[in-house]
Design a protein around this ligand. Structure first.
Ligand SMILES: [Zn+2]
Length: 199
């Protein structure tokens, strides 16, 4: 369905990116080495860092002690930023879901080919408009409808504390062909490409 849009990504489409990302995913234990060894082509130059006013990575992808007790797998990367900081769309895609009734809080899900990216704990709320749901953050000037296309880097929300969270941050989840991927690996690859490009 998105094939037409993906052709406009430039010389490299997501389908060419995917095998590399999967190799990185499979080599999670040796992430640094694998990412460093990848070819220096600018696979990721179209991608946007997902939040403005970055402060810190507060929780990595993987097993962790839950702040609510016990150990659990954390299916995403937590990126702290001041309350109200704008969240940016990682990759050009289509809004497939907005919701505000889970631990993820007010959230938006975007599909870009085989990739799905999920943004949690945003400010604002979700409302029904006809047959579609939409996400509204009036103070942030945002109104996004399910089915809408979003360019990379577009503002799609603001950091908040909705859902289960102990402080303002973006919980950023990434899936490739429905399997969770460590967003930290992708961010590292993006940084490497930027460094290569600026050399
Ligand atoms: Zn999280």
């Amino acid at each position: 369905m998105l094939a037409g849009g993906l052709l406009s990504l430039g010389s490299l489409g997501l389908n060419q990116i995917a095998p590399q990302a999967l190799r990185l995913e499979a080599a999670k234990a040796t992430t640094e080495t694998q990412v460093a060894a990848r070819p220096g082509t600018a696979y990721w130059s179209s991608a946007s860092f997902p939040v403005e006013n970055f402060q810190a990575y507060t929780s990595a992808f993987g097993y962790r002690q839950s702040p609510y007790g016990g150990e659990q797998f954390h299916y995403g990367l937590d990126i702290a930023a001041p309350q109200g900081s704008y969240i940016r769309n990682w990759w050009e895609g289509r809004v497939v879901e907005v919701s505000d009734d889970s631990a993820c809080g007010t959230s938006i899900v975007i599909e870009s080919g085989d990739w799905t990216h999920i943004y949690c704990h945003m400010q604002g709320y979700v409302t029904q408009e006809g047959r579609r749901r939409s996400f509204v953050d009036r103070e942030g000037g945002l109104h996004i409808v399910e089915g809408q296309d979003m360019p990379a880097g577009a503002r799609i929300g603001r950091v908040g504390m909705t859902g289960r969270t102990t402080g303002p941050h973006l919980h950023w989840g990434l899936k490739y062909q429905n399997d969770w991927v460590d967003p930290g690996i992708i961010l590292q690859a993006m940084y490497d490409d930027q460094e290569t490009a600026s050399r």
